[in-house]
Design a protein around this ligand. Structure first.
Ligand code: NDP
Length: 285
């Protein structure tokens, strides 16, 4: 079977080019889209993500601030910082980098972010709107997967999409977005019995388990489209996904690599959401 590698880097480039045009248009109206990224503690992986976000903002002509807070900050202090960003006119999007240290309740932090600036799409108001198909900020990773499928001409309506993983940030919203595009959706998770029997039916298989190279060709139907959301390090400390790419590419018709698949899309969609948040300030005036 000949396999097409879905080039997330290239597609993210096409998406951000469009965002750049929208940024220029906003600037001509006196609005510079601004993103605030809040980082608590000094987790090196989070630091890398945050730096990449700031660099992309700069490249697209957007304003960005990085707020770095001590690992031991109290929840009250963090909530005050978020509230200050909620009323800062230069900031259109707020992202609090997860995970947060144990003294802080993540749900309370997310609920404190203004839904109008919740560019991660995690606020319960935005999650609810997404569920009922109303305009809202979509969570960046599943939103990015939908763009990958669109740009790769993958037909969704009537197809069987199987999602492995049911987290609030990836698996659950992923299934909802595919359902809205008329896929028949099956969710699998760690308590699913006989995982193979479900994955082997998938026309579109989205894997978000956090388990290094867990899904090999034996789980995949010939000709399926395979989307690997995972970001892991293998035994040689090389970046890899939740899918065993070497094995899976022998049966998949289209497949995302790691790195260079879903990862670049997540940042691209964050930029798109921030741009949308800034545009909304003009239309809501
Ligand atoms: P979580 O750990 O929150 O969720 C993992 C999910 O996988 C859970 O629902 C879990 O089931 C399920 N799972 C775990 N083991 C198995 C198994 N053996 N069989 C079936 N299901 C299983 O992870 P996230 O959703 O946050 O992230 C998933 C992956 O995606 C990670 O590798 C993460 O690094 C990556 N990621 C990548 C992003 C990107 O930009 N590319 C962004 C966000 C995440 P259960 O609910 O029963 O525990």
């Amino acid at each position: 079977m000949s396999t097409t590698k879905i080039d997330g880097k290239q597609i993210a480039g096409l998406v951000t080019e469009k965002v750049k045009e929208r940024v220029e248009n906003l600037k001509s109206k006196g609005v510079v889209p601004g993103l605030a990224v809040v980082l608590v503690g000094n987790n090196p992986a989070s630091q890398t993500y945050v730096n990449n976000k700031a660099k992309t903002c700069e490249r697209l002509g957007m304003y960005s601030v990085q707020i770095e807070l001590d690992e031991n900050i109290s929840e009250v202090e963090l909530l005050k910082q978020v509230e200050a960003l909620n009323v800062d006119d230069k900031i259109h999007g707020i992202l609090v980098q997860l995970p947060l240290p144990p003294q802080i309740n993540e749900d309370r932090v997310i609920a404190t972010i203004s839904p109008l600036k919740d560019v991660d799409g995690f606020h319960p108001e935005n999650v609810g709107k997404m569920m009922i198909g109303q305009q809202s900020f979509l969570p960046c990773t599943p939103f990015g997967v939908m763009k990958l499928l669109e740009y790769s001409d993958v037909e969704i309506a009537g197809k069987h999409a199987v999602i492995i993983g049911r987290s609030n940030i990836v698996g659950k919203p992923m299934g909802q977005l595919l359902l809205q595009k008329d896929a028949t959706v099956t969710y699998c998770h760690s308590r699913t019995k006989d995982l193979h029997s479900f994955t082997k039916q998938a026309d579109i298989l989205v894997v978000a388990t956090g388990r290094t190279k867990m899904i090999d060709a034996s789980y995949i139907k010939e000709g399926a489209v395979v989307i690997d959301v995972g970001i892991n390090r293998d035994e040689n400390n090389k970046l890899c996904g939740d899918v065993d790419f070497e094995s899976a590419q022998k049966v998949a018709s289209k497949i995302t690599p790691v790195p260079g698949g879903v990862g670049p899309m997540t940042i691209a969609m964050l930029m798109e959401n921030t741009c949308l948040a800034a545009e909304n300030t003009l239309t809501n005036k």
